[in-house]
Design a protein around this ligand. Sequence first.
Ligand code: MN
Ligand code: MN
Length: 465
Amino acid sequence: MSKKSEGNKLKEKLGFSFEHIAGRKPEDIEKAQEFCEGYKAFMNASKTERECCAYVQQLAEAEGYTCFEPGKTYKAGERTYFINRGKNIILVTFGKRPLEEGVRFNIAHIDSPRLDLKPFPLYEKDEIAYLKTHYYGGIRKYQWGTIPLAMHGVIMLKDGTKVTLCVGEEEDDPKFVVSDLLPHLAAKQNKRPLNEGLRGEELNIIIGNIPYQDEDVSEKFKLTVLQLLNERFGMTEQDFTRAEIEMVPAVKAADIGLDRSLVGAYGQDDKVCAYTAVMAAFEIRKPEYTTVTVLTDKEEIGSEGNTGMASSALTDFIEDLCEPVSARPREVYRHSVCLSSDVNAAYDPTFADVFDKRNSCLLGHGPVLTKYTGARGKSGSNDASAETMARVIACMEREGVCWQIGELGKVDEGGGGTIALFMGNRNVDTVDLGVPVLAMHAPFEITSKLDIYHTYKAFCAFYKE
Ligand code: MN
Ligand code: MN
């Protein structure tokens, strides 16, 4: 063995670098593979916030969680869940310490960018029946043409019946699609800026092409579709106005790469953090501090509304927890710590120039701790304190979690936000921690299995604090 030079010894002592997990913990490659089998199943069953909420409820009940009863005093180790309007689920495991010593919040969002149907969407043009859409969240519109789409949602019929629909996920189900021009005739379209490659009003979904057999009737193509919708769901055209229908990629989660190192799936922002958060909540049975795992909605459109994190739904729930034990909610918040568990942009070697590599998260280097998000001069950011960073890093290091640091791209290159500020505003020490994602907000996003597994480990470590 060659002897290390003085300089190298000093560099080792004083310097720091983040490394690929496979180099540091090769034994975790297999564990990550196994862990992600459950993750892929979860992703396939959870394309929308409602489906995700219902799926997690099922899992939680199997783990011994019972529906929250306001007024009940829960003992340490007891587990309960609370559902808000079918779109949020909160999982609580009561800790040994009183609530006023603080709780451990872990909050991920379960809404993802997609195409929502407009409230009066069905029309026909030149013998094709279409649905008009209005996109939800930050999408790159050109990515949504010519990919198979599935239809998910609920319809409230006039008689009050609630119909749940899901078409396009089974192998022999019909799918839906937005068309795009052929290259032969795209010369003019090719000159549009990329963000107008497909425009909002061009994201029209093909839903039918057979005319209703009646010479006298107009809009025959639309009528065939209405007839099919009525047979299948009991709905009429007016019922679209009482519906929430989301068009999402009709693609299953898959292993990516010959080495199966990555997962490709729709909606990994932020269901990858939701899944790992839920698995960590299940794992920690006797926490010191009460664990509160929140799966929220509406993050992609600013967290507003009564199912988003800006709402008082969570605040009210914490009051409900406090009431039977006469705890003061403000004391709970003051002493709590929160992980705003959301994804960050993984460094992309093909598009290296938008990243500051030193401060970007790399695939396979573990969950990314993001001190601040926001845009320009950190506008709209929670900007975690050094103390909060230290605390979260300490619990990860105690449990041997590989983690990394990252910010969202170069300064002034763009920006984005998470739910962190809403918890910060509630007087909770909050920091972002989550999985790096390539092609974030695309119909098919890419993550690393080792990152997913170590994010789960990080969440377990946080709940063990
Ligand atoms: Mn997100
Ligand atoms: Mn997002």
